[in-house]
Design a protein around this ligand. Structure first.
Ligand SMILES: CC(C)(COP(=O)(O)OP(=O)(O)OC[C@H]1O[C@@H](n2cnc3c(N)ncnc32)[C@H](O)[C@@H]1OP(=O)(O)O)[C@@H](O)C(=O)NCCC(=O)NCCS
Length: 191
């Protein structure tokens, strides 16, 4: 499928009755996506971004340009969830950075939803839509991998529901709130 900025993939009603659209990103999302990632960083939740990480409009613009280019060339599928014109969640599947032939079939998955929009079904919808579209859009992927904090049972349960299987753990590979955590590695094979 050819990448089109802002193209809506799915519209649905959340468990709380809100209308939500899942769509590809667009240049005009810059300010919203900057606010989004900074809110997540400030929350200090189970993602790579922590309170000491902050994106400016300028740094986020570089990231957004690169993301749109990767979506355009088929090495990534990045989708956002939007409620009332506000980006409240995002998920991505990205071919491994090296892009070399040995790992051309391997991609990584990531997902984040604002605290105010959790527990209403967006995680399930974003995961399904992102995987469905990536298997079509990111050509040739056979393996999707991800990592999670071992305490993040909400995310791990979500991944299991979408047929990710734990393949290993790296002890103390993550550090958050003055404490080391094991990093869980999960994999999903695409038929
Ligand atoms: C993990 C995350 C993406 C889940 O998204 P969500 O929108 O809250 O999830 P949903 O409402 O779609 O629920 C999906 C599943 O998650 C689990 N879940 C959701 N809320 C839960 C809760 N309060 N307690 C336990 N499990 C929960 C359930 O298994 C649920 O499936 P079900 O509805 O079929 O029972 C979201 O909580 C999040 O962004 N957290 C912070 C960032 C993060 O941890 N990202 C993942 C990094 S690996």
């Amino acid at each position: 499928m050819k990448f089109v900025e802002g193209l809506v993939h799915k519209e649905f009603t959340t468990k709380t009755g809100l209308s939500c659209a899942i769509r590809w990103p667009k240049k005009e999302d810059l300010r919203q996506l900057t606010d989004f990632i900074n809110e997540i960083a400030k929350e200090d939740t189970f993602v790579a971004y922590g309170p000491s990480d902050h994106e400016t409009l300028e740094s986020e613009a570089k990231w957004l340009d690169a993301t749109l280019a990767s979506c355009n060339n088929g090495s990534e599928s990045y989708v956002v969830a939007e409620i009332d014109d506000k980006v409240v969640g995002a998920a991505e599947i990205r071919r491994d950075v090296s892009g070399k032939s040995r790992t051309h079939h391997v991609a990584s998955f990531g997902i984040t939803i604002l605290a105010s929009a959790r527990g209403i079904g967006l995680g399930n919808q974003l995961t399904k839509t992102c995987i469905d579209h990536a298997t079509d859009h990111v050509g040739g992927i056979r393996i999707i991998k991800l990592t999670a904090f071992s305490e993040n049972t909400t995310a791990i349960d979500l991944y299991k529901k979408h047929n990710f299987v734990e393949v290993g753990r790296i002890k103390n590979a993550l550090f958050r709130q003055n404490k080391y955590s094991d990093q869980v590695i999960m994999v999903k094979e695409i038929e």
